[in-house]
Design a protein around this ligand. Structure first.
Ligand code: TXA
Ligand code: MG
Length: 329
């Protein structure tokens, strides 16, 4: 069903669309979105599966394409803060955080404005809406040209590995969507940090991600965990899982396993081995995580052994994804 993959590549350090031509590819993607169709597009975190957030039918198509339970709400993406502020209520904390991080890998869960035109399906029955401004030139150009907010979960079948390259989207979703904008590999490679600020007395971390929780705590004060009565539906159940079983904190590979290594002294990449970062750099490891899991998730192996990853900085988000993948297998 994908008609076209429009590519964007770095040229002389400048990102540019190469096929068929900048304006034409974006215009085509925008026209599809305005017509209620789905377009996958790159963000700085992972590829999103976009649809017009104000169009009930388009939003229903997103849930159907992913096989996502209707009770798991989506993130609405905006070109700027002002766009988001038309749909949700920002208090001082939320405004300061948005000013600090946007465009960037932070999603804020805030109370919907009564006059919001975002489809109620995006909120999945909650009185809140998750909003974010992505930091990617192609995503921002698409949002501006389309002229409406885009609901966009990660562009993978529900429960599967998130896509960090257009090829990942093509491999798993090509028959379900209308177009993929190819912006090359995603810079961060791990999803946005999700923070719930919908109650004035509370700040909850619903999902660790590309923006460090410690930096958020400096703005909002105490940041509590995702336990308690109000929960993010997306933090339950099978998530971020390869098809193969995954074994964490492995020291070495057992017969038949593939190995996801980390750090100096660990095995170098080869047919059955990928090293997330031979320098031991966690940002590099995050950028490689889903791509390397996709590469190792092959039927010739019986499982994927993963070496220990330090649980600091963005390592917290990496370990969160690996834990979910392990328990679901
Ligand atoms: O980096 C990202 O956030 C990517 C890119 C495409 O922007 N998107 C992404 O979307 O990861 P998704 O749908 O795969 O994850 C969104 C998470 C889910 O855990 C969902 O439950 C939670 O955000 N969420 C969305 N709306 C919510 C709400 N109103 N209340 C609580 N949690 C919400
Ligand atoms: Mg996802």
């Amino acid at each position: 069903m994908v008609h076209e993959v429009a590519r964007m590549r770095e040229r002389d350090g400048v990102s540019c669309l190469m096929l068929p031509s900048d304006g034409a590819a974006l215009e085509r993607a925008s026209a599809l979105l305005r017509g209620g169709e789905l377009v996958a597009f790159p963000t700085e975190t992972v590829y999103g599966l976009g649809g017009d957030a104000g169009n009930d039918a388009a939003v229903a198509r997103i849930f159907a394409a992913k096989g996502r339970p209707a009770e798991n709400p989506l993130i609405a993406h905006f070109a700027d803060f002002e766009g988001a502020a038309r749909e949700v209520e920002f208090d001082d904390r939320a405004r300061r955080l948005a000013e600090l991080v946007w465009p960037g890998p932070l999603t804020l869960v805030l109370r919907r404005r009564p006059e919001s035109r975002i489809s109620l399906r995006v909120s999945a029955g909650f009185d809140t809406l998750a909003v974010r401004v992505p930091d990617h030139p192609l995503a921002l150009a698409l949002l501006r040209r389309t002229g409406c907010p885009l609901a966009a979960p990660s562009a993978n079948p529900s429960g599967g590995l998130s896509p960090t390259r257009a090829d990942h989207v093509m491999e798993h979703m090509a028959d379900k969507i209308d177009m993929v904008l190819d912006g090359g590999p995603c810079r961060l490679g791990i999803e946005s940090t999700v923070v719930d600020l919908s109650r004035p007395d509370q700040a909850r971390l619903l999902r660790p991600g590309g923006y460090p929780a410690e930096a958020i705590a400096t703005v909002v004060g105490t940041l509590s965990g995702a336990d308690g009565p109000i929960l993010s539906p997306g933090i339950f159940g099978v998530h971020y899982a390869p098809r193969l079983p995954l074994r964490r904190n492995a020291r070495r590979r057992q017969t038949g396993e593939a190995l996801l290594a980390f750090g100096r002294g660990a095995p170098k990449s080869g047919p059955a081995v990928r090293n997330l970062s031979s320098k031991g750099d966690l940002a590099e490891a995050a950028a490689n995580l889903f791509d390397m899991l996709h590469a190792l998730d092959q039927p010739e192996f019986i499982g994927i052994a993963v070496m220990p990853i330090p649980d600091t900085g963005i390592g917290v988000a990496i370990n969160d994804r690996l834990r979910r993948a392990e328990t679901s297998s």
